[in-house]
Design a protein around this ligand. Sequence first.
Ligand code: FEO
Ligand code: CA
Ligand code: CA
Length: 641
Amino acid sequence: MNDDHDNEICNKTNNRPFSQILESSASRRKVLAGGLSLAATSFFASSSVFADDWGDDDREKSRHRKKRKLIDFRPVAIEDGSGPWPTISADYEYQMLIPWGDPLEPGGPAFSYPPNAADQTKQIGIGHDGMWYFPIDERRRRFDRDDWYDWDGDDDDWFYLHRRGGRGNRHGMLVINHEFGTNTHVLGKRDPESLDDVRVSQHAHGVSVVEIRKIRGKWRTVKSDNARRIHVNTPVAFSGPAAGHPLLQTANGNVPLGTVNNCSNGHTPWGTYLTCEENFNGYFGASNRDNAWTPTPAQQRYGFSETGFNYGWYNYDRRFDLSDPDYANEENRFGWVVEIDPMDATQKPVKRTALGRFKHEGVALTIGRGKRAVAYMGDDQRFDYIYKFVSADNYRKMLRRGESPLDHGQLYVARFNDDGSGDWLELTIDNPALADVFSDQGEVLTYARMAADILGATPMDRPEWTTVAPNGDVYCTLTNNSRRTEADAANPLAPNADGHIIRWHDSDRHIGTRFDWEIFLISQDTHGTEDTFSDPDGLWADPDGRLFIQTDGGQKDGLNNQMLVADTRTGELRRLFTGVTGDEITGITVTPDRRTMFINTQHPGNGDPSLTNFPAPLDGVTVPRDTTFVITKKDGGIIGS
Ligand code: FEO
Ligand code: CA
Ligand code: CA
């Protein structure tokens, strides 16, 4: 979602005085003036300070050297990338799958418009965003996850062994986030008029788990024991340091329900899906029926307001009414990372509080030194932060002890220094500066943004997706920040209308508190070229060193939003796909052999049938529907090649 809701400024702190950064910012731009390839080269050189504790760097580089043509497809030309229908490279083709409102399983309720609340719980939601594909081994039904993922701290520890997918390349569970849908799009009217209308909207949000299979060359949903919808009224559990905390209890003792504004995602080596709650604040509001609501400092820092994003839920569902004292603290139950088992429809989704509460865009999980689980996360708001979580111990040992690696560990926030170094600042109640303000670790985590303010984290230009490349580099999209008036080295444009991509290399195999960083790419520098793009958002690094970049925002030259492929060694860019008028392109996952990729169009035509009727043929009437695309290369090659 790239409208003003993401763009408000909740961070009123000023962690970086302009006077300290102007000079270094200017010199950094000079370094980048040589172009992307120079930036790439200089970064690999600077990364070598960590070469000793990052043994597979050299192996990775030699693997790269053997692959001469990393990107070798005919790009979508600028003049072909606009209009009401998608365009893909001439060397590729796509199929459409699971549009909003389709039944979760064959035989389920068919799409009708507007939907009804009961049907929508058995149908695909709206606002397709982050997703992940979990292969199914038909012989054993369920992969031994350690067979499929090789996160052993060896050459491929960051990614699974793609050679081993077997039949899982044609059969798997797809778990997909449904970030948002406006009332106009979902209900066909601006405001709900009943609790039933609110339920339709609530059930269109959340997550879908579907079983999909390639049958006679086409992917389709199949009957499944594990298919399910998780939405705003699904029972959920809390775990980690803030579970059971008074800040997560309401006066009326209602049980925790639901997840909302599920933006990007992550997945774990133990085979679970992670969904991230982003703009949860927008679903709350204040009716002021019996009490006048005035926001607390914490509610202000998290962007709560009287009308929210105009969903109007609070007028019919007291749970979302900030002025209802019975439901005080309900808002603290959102803004978390939620773990879902894609192979068990009876599992209660778990909110992992150790990862902190903020507007979680996504979570890139990797395995660091000592087999610790490490999660990188962006908080998508203007001037908000980048975070990292490190599990307390070897993730396998923790699982054997019956502990979740996501329940015990350290949460850090990033400070980007002007000299290209960075520090991870721990959000811990053991820090006297935090103990002065917060009473315990549960409170620190619930108000992670405020704790990060105190530590002096670097306010960023809207951190969206993060991804970890095979050499250990971590990339993060900073989508834009039109309100930045003071540049700094890590956010070098003021204003930053079109965004950039930053990357860093952590010390001590992801678990250290120092890192090296570099700007990989500034969107503005692509303008006027055939590879122009703006507002980078979705991001995925593949095992060969390709970076898939998806956009969400106004593109140049009339282009629709798009997906490009970058070579992280050279900075070469190529446009693989363009979407539909008024949409964003988001969500990315592949089969184990990487010969099938899934991506999404979100809010085609911004839900307006006069702009596009996608995926229906143009008729000016039919409501446009968010849809997944299944992408394959015509020669059967790896996606991106
Ligand atoms: Fe849900 Fe920041 O995009
Ligand atoms: Ca966005
Ligand atoms: Ca996004």
